[in-house]
Design a protein around this ligand. Sequence first.
Ligand code: HEC
Length: 109
Amino acid sequence: MRIVLSILALVASQSCGLADDERESAFRGRRIAEANCGACHALARTDGSTLPAAPPLREVGANVPYGILREMLRGPVFLKHVVMPNFDPDGQQADDLAAYIRSIAQEDD
Ligand code: HEC
C-alpha cells in the first residue's frame, strides 16, 4: 500500500510540471539512451530502429502513460525482455530516461 501511495505521489508531483527541470532531465536521459539503448532502439523522432524488433522509443512514450513509463524504466522492462541488456538504472536515471522518451514522443495525449 505504501508503494502504491508513493507511486501516486510521484505521478502527481510530476504532472504539476517543472518545465526546466524536465528539460534538463530529458537531456541527461538522452545521454543514457545513446549509451545504452541506441544499439537496438531508434532514439530520435524519425529514425528507424537498428534492431527491427525493438520499437522506436518515441512510440513506447506515445503508447504508455508517463507514470507507468517511469515505473517500467525502474527495472521491470529490462527483466521482461530476453534480448534487453542487463541495465539497472537508479531512480534518477530511470526518471531521466522517461523524461527523454516523453520529449521525443508524439504530443498527442
Ligand atoms: C540488445 C537490444 C536492445 C537494447 C540495447 C535495448 N532494448 Fe529495449 N527492447 C529490445 C527489443 C527487441 C524489444 C521488444 C521486445 C518485445 O516486444 O518482446 C524492446 C522493448 C523495449 C520497450 C518496450 C517494452 C514493452 O513492454 O512495450 C522499452 C520501454 C524498452 N525496450 C526500453 C529500452 C531502454 C530504455 C533501453 C536502454 C536503457 C533499451 N530498451 C535497450 C531490444 C533492446
